[in-house]
Design a protein around this ligand. Structure first.
Ligand SMILES: [Zn+2]
Length: 418
């Protein structure tokens, strides 16, 4: 019996918890600074674990740092129905990205408890560790990655761009026991479905006047590490004709990325240089070396790869014309991930049952559900982001939308777990 459990979902309670979490690593401008594997991250994880315990759910932290609460079903050996997202944030990030998914999953578990919901499959409510790890390390989503056996031991030796510590050290610093990392992997067939609610982080739902986006495909990304090396020299003494200015080359490449992505309008491709550093940094020195990370994404792999090839060709042209040395390396690549039909259909039906307006849509951003979707049936639902703003202090999702999303999530989980 799955009817009516969602009546126990409270938008006010979700909003209260959003506010409580925003006190941990909150910035004066309303933004959040709760980077993965920092004391703030740890405090948020601990608070979440306490909320789970308050519901009477046993809590464990696996060897990759995922915080997992479990509501036992009638058959403890049945495959798990999993819901969750992440509590860490980008630097100067928002209050809802990831947090909305964890808190609505928690709310669904609370509603199941209040309704005395009886189900067969165990339900797990998860804070996936460090979804935002790209803000520090060159590996994304180590928590969900480990669950599908895709966190490699060499990944643990990657160094933080901000502090220089390794991923291993950073994880250890908040008490994650990496000796149990292998056991964090979930075998094929052990998870029946993963459902992640997330804020849309774009403008489409608001523009369409819909409350829920049912995600059909998650865009695939490729990321390139590019180094341009010229000749460091005196800014006053060396005439323009003699220069091999690496930063000028990077400026050209930066605009080439934008041009190449804009030229591919349908299916759309996005291209971004979100990270760049150069050296030395002095007003009287011509920069000798630039490092940049180029991120290209689309739900259409062929269109994405064509744009990436254009960008690489531009990089090589610029390097030759400016007599720069170019290093070009593919650092990570994910194919576009279609989400599982059965889970997508369940979410759509939950929307219909509850009379909540919805529309199918792709996700431009990557999420834990995408990573888990490599091995397990996964689905996602989006709730609107006001103004399409995310990864910014202005990020906002209205409480009524969080409540509607939590009700849909709750109903979908009930159907899957029954
Ligand atoms: Zn997120």
């Amino acid at each position: 019996m799955t009817n009516g459990v969602e009546r126990y979902v409270s938008g006010a309670r979700i909003a209260e918890r959003v506010a409580r979490l925003a006190e941990i690593g909150g910035l004066p401008n309303g933004g959040m600074n709760r980077l993965p594997f920092t004391p703030e991250d740890r405090a948020a994880r601990d608070l979440f674990a306490r909320w789970l315990s308050d519901l009477g759910l046993p809590v464990r932290v696996d060897g990759a740092g995922n915080v997992i609460g479990r509501r036992e079903g009638g058959d403890p050996t049945a495959p798990v129905v999993m819901a969750g997202s992440h509590l860490d944030t980008q630097p100067m990030g928002g209050r809802f990205d990831g947090i909305a998914g964890v808190l609505t999953a928690l709310e669904a578990a609370e509603a199941m408890g209040a309704a005395g919901f009886v189900h067969r499959h165990p339900v797990e409510i998860v804070d996936f560790a460090a979804e935002e790890s790209m803000g520090r390390f060159d590996v994304s989503m180590p928590g969900s990655r480990a669950m599908v056996g895709a966190l490699k031991s060499e990944d643990l030796e990657l160094r933080c761009r901000l502090t220089g510590e390794t991923l291993r050290e950073a994880m250890g610093s908040i008490g994650i026991d990496l000796s149990r990392l292998a056991a964090a992997e979930r075998p094929l067939g052990s998870i029946k479905a993963v459902v992640e609610l997330h804020i849309e982080q774009g403008p489409h739902l608001e523009e369409a006047g819909k409350q829920i986006g049912v995600v059909t495909t998650v865009a695939g990304s490729v990321r390139y590490h590019c180094v341009l090396e010229g000749q460091q020299a005196h800014s006053g003494a060396l005439p323009m004709a003699y220069r091999r200015d690496a930063l000028c080359g990077a400026a050209e490449l930066l605009l080439a990325v934008e041009r190449a992505a804009k030229a591919q309008a349908s299916p759309p491709v996005v291209g971004t240089v979100g990270y760049m550093d150069y050296e030395p940094r002095s007003p009287v020195i011509i920069p000798g070396r630039v490092r940049m990370i180029i991120d290209v994404r689309s739900v259409d792999a062929a269109a994405r790869d064509a744009v990436a090839a254009d960008i690489e060709a531009a990089a090589r042209r610029i390097a030759v014309a400016r007599r720069l040395h170019l290093e070009w390396r593919l650092s990570s690549g994910f194919p576009p991930t279609p989400l599982a039909r059965a889970v997508v259909d369940t979410i759509t039906r939950a929307c219909e049952d509850l009379g909540v307006s919805s529309m199918p849509m792709p996700s431009g951003a990557g999420h834990d559900a995408m990573t888990l979707g490599r091995r397990f049936p996964a689905g996602m639902l989006f709730v609107p982001s006001v103004g399409g703003i995310s990864h910014a202090p202005q990020e906002l999702t209205r409480t009524e939308d969080l409540e509607a999303g939590a009700k849909v999530l709750c109903r979908a989980l009930c159907m899957l777990a029954a």
